[in-house]
Ligand binder design. Sequence first.
Ligand code: ACO
Length: 402
Amino acid sequence: AIDIAKLRASTGLITLDPGYKNTGSTTSAITFLDGEKGILRYRGYRIEDLAEKSTFLEVAYLLIYGELPSQAEYENFTKEITHHTLVHEDIKKILDGFPSNAHPMGVLSSLICSLSAFYPNSLNPNRSEEEVNLSIIRLIAKMPTFAAWAYKNEMGHPVNYPDNTLDYCSNFLKMMFALPAEKYDVDPVVAKALDQLLILHADHEQNCSTSTVRIVGSSQASIYASISAGINALWGPLHGGANQSVIEMLEAIKADGGDAKKYLDKAKDKNDPFRLMGFGHRVYKNFDPRARIIKKAADDVLGKLGVNDPILDIAKELEHAALNDQYFIDRKLYPNVDFYSGIIYRALGIPTDMFTVMFALGRLPGWIAQWKEMRENGEPIGRPRQVYVGANERDYISMNKR
Ligand code: ACO
């Protein structure tokens, strides 16, 4: 048992809050989230409006610079990003060193981190604002190139270079899917659906990966190293990896006869480690507003593309069963954004192990905005305390006496 009085005497008063469930790490003016009411706003703008009316690059500008851009600002921002899509040719050598079975998240985080070596100026905490801004532009511009290349490495295909005549999402899709011997035209329905998915993922206040970006950035490590750390944090199945786990779960249910109820019971069984992937959220104790938008988008996109996916039927059955089940009602477990995003990604032809990469592509402006805010606020280095529960002082015993 922990002796609180003794602890206080030795360490002062420490708040113990594993998982930081009730600990605020910062003030922030970027994203407003009310988990009880299911509200999400970027810089005050409703996620529903942005998803319907905006574009991903406009939302990126909004998150990073705080205001919606004027026409001229938007055009300049887009032009700058398009100009920087190409990456240093030597980065291809790093890519070539990865085995083809390397998970694309590992490849992506490594390539992003390598930018600190290609642009060593980013290591200087006192570089000019102009240079900081250039790093931001480079990140947004080069991330789709790296993401597509990570996929090409997996497929054993030659990489495609960016096509700067295309918009952000179309260029990414072409780099992903075009093959040297075939003509490839980007389907505008697919590009639009992807753009909307990226908007929905663009920021979500102090989640695991964003907190990671801020805490790594607080040591004044380079912006590339900080974003790379965020990608690694996102990789886990309890965070960004959940969209991949959702599809794997739905496929397993289908292979097992499609009995959604059986898996619902498994998720409720406390002796079974199985959890319903895509359900529950640390902050939302109501419907995740992004899940609502995505659910509708999934129906639209699958309809427009003429995709008939039995997995979607299982997903709907599971959702219906869970929303009417007392276990899920009592714990306020609702579908989260990842429950439906994987279904759309599948319909767009994006392979399962690229789902988390797509999430990273969407979250990038949020990570950048949060990193920039942390820097502008002059926040101190992040350094949580602990409550020590190990051995008391003891004498060293030489090896021959142990
Ligand atoms: N299936 C079954 N039971 C669940 C689930 C689930 N998906 N999620 C939570 N529970 C139960 C827990 O067993 C616990 O029950 P208890 O009170 O009887 O012990 C209760 O609900 C509370 O769960 P916690 O794990 O304490 O909630 P926490 O806030 O720590 O976790 C998390 C949130 C990690 C998202 C969790 O709900 C989960 O594992 N979900 C599945 C993975 C997932 O979809 N992750 C994506 C998150 S969203 C994102 O990153 C974009």
